[in-house]
Ligand binder design. Structure first.
Ligand SMILES: Nc1nc2c(ncn2[C@@H]2O[C@H](COP(=O)(O)OP(=O)(O)O)[C@@H](O)[C@H]2O)c(=O)[nH]1
Ligand SMILES: [Mg+2]
Ligand SMILES: [Zn+2]
Length: 373
């Protein structure tokens, strides 16, 4: 073991062993295990499911006389994307530059709560979020008309204005569920998030798709979203079939057949970028965040949090003259969009009573943790 340790990227996790891609070639995967004590030494968060995540940069040596690598050290993370329950934190990936949430307007249904949790996870993990809204072709012609109507524009403005009196009120407007989904989606664009409205089934050239493709050329991009929203279809539209799925270590050993819930890192030939594909994710819990961090992950509250005159303010309910509370209480020139406020209320409630699991919380503890009691 006199050889110098070399650097690699974790590309897949199979419980106790890993696939790693040696740098800088990133061509052939090695099967790797952890040096014995690494698990104990390197966890930032004791609830972390695994000491390593896909995308982690590691130092390794080859075990003499074998083809197995031994991971000796995890290098510091630039960014990470995590979801959590009160019992476990699952770091989906580390060192990602951006994450794309793929959200369909229909089949499966549009879920703004998921988007808001995704955005807060990106914000707190230093990952740049992108929102790909798919299946626009399934929207009714009336909804397409609503999306470009003056009424829609006015709603985007008035729903965040506490002094505006909606006439008629929202309930009396005959907005379909689809219309409302589009309104909610357009609000993310209003907030400055990078949004793409896509019909992935047409071959016609599409400016939105080209924009997204340009955004993912370099660096590492994670794709996520519920099952069936169009992630695989989007992947193929962006990269064709040229992307090389890294060799599947599980097939050669027969183990790890039940690891489909884990993300996979892929290198893109002819391009500098890498893509991390995640399986369909049902829930995105944020139990690893505290209340202040969660509030400050909201783009609409960040400026107020910075300008809040109290140092280290927790923005607690009842704090008089707190700039964040002023927005939440409706005393600021601009308030939260109703659906954003609803998501925030639900997330704050989850943090207050962590043992009561709600819809939207990520609850599934692993067998390992369950056995520990
Ligand atoms: N109508 C419509 N169907 C789509 C669109 N994108 C994907 N689909 C279909 O939705 C289904 C699920 O897509 P898939 O890419 O497998 O979703 P994944 O589970 O997120 O990977 C497939 O039948 C796709 O053909 C779209 O923009 N419009
Ligand atoms: Mg898929
Ligand atoms: Zn404050």
């Amino acid at each position: 073991m006199s050889e110098k340790a070399k650097q690699a990227i974790v590309s897949r996790i199979f419980g106790a062993y890993y696939s790693i891609l040696p740098e800088p070639e990133r061509s052939e995967e090695l099967r790797a295990v952890l040096r014995g004590r690494l698990r104990l030494e390197q966890q930032d968060d004791p609830k972390e499911r695994n000491p390593l995540a896909v995308g982690d940069r590691v130092l390794y040596r080859m075990e003499s006389g074998t083809h197995e690598a031994i991971i000796e050290e995890r290098l510091p993370r630039d960014s990470f994307l995590a979801r959590s329950s009160p019992y476990e934190t699952h770091v989906l990936a580390a060192n990602v530059d951006r994450a794309v949430a793929v959200c369909s307007f229909k089949d499966p249904a549009f879920r703004p709560g998921f988007i808001d949790r995704f955005l807060s996870a990106c914000e707190t993990g230093h990952v740049s979020p992108h929102l790909a809204f798919t299946k626009t072709d399934l929207l009714a012609p009336e909804t397409h008309a609503f999306a470009s109507s003056l009424e829609c524009l006015e709603l985007l403005r008035d729903l965040v204005d506490p002094s505006a009196e909606l006439d008629p009120p929202l309930e009396d407007r005959n907005l379909s569920a689809e219309d409302y989904s589009v309104l909610v989606a357009l609000n993310y664009r209003r907030l400055g998030y990078k949004c793409y409205f896509l019909n992935l089934l047409t071959d016609e050239t599409d400016e939105e798709l080209d924009r997204l493709r340009a955004a993912v050329q370099e660096g590492t991009t994670l794709l996520t979203g519920h099952s069936g929203t169009g992630k695989s279809t989007l992947f193929n539209r962006l990269f064709g079939n040229t992307a090389q799925r890294t060799s599947d270590v599980s097939e050669s050993t027969g183990k790890g057949r039940h690891t489909t819930t884990n993300p996979i890192l892929m290198v893109l030939p002819d391009r500098p970028g890498m893509v991390i594909d995640t399986p369909g994710i049902k829930e995105w819990g944020l139990a690893h965040l505290d209340r202040k961090t969660l509030l400050e992950s909201y783009a609409e509250l960040q400026e107020a949090a910075e300008n809040c005159k109290f140092r280290n303010c927790k923005h607690s309910e009842g704090t008089r003259d707190c700039a964040v509370q002023a927005i939440l209480q409706g005393h600021a020139p601009e308030i939260l969009f109703p659906e954003r406020q609803k998501s925030l209320d639900l997330m704050l409630e989850s943090l207050k009573a962590p043992d009561r699991v709600r819809k939207g919380d990520y609850i599934k503890p692993t067998g390992r943790l369950r056995n520990k009691g």
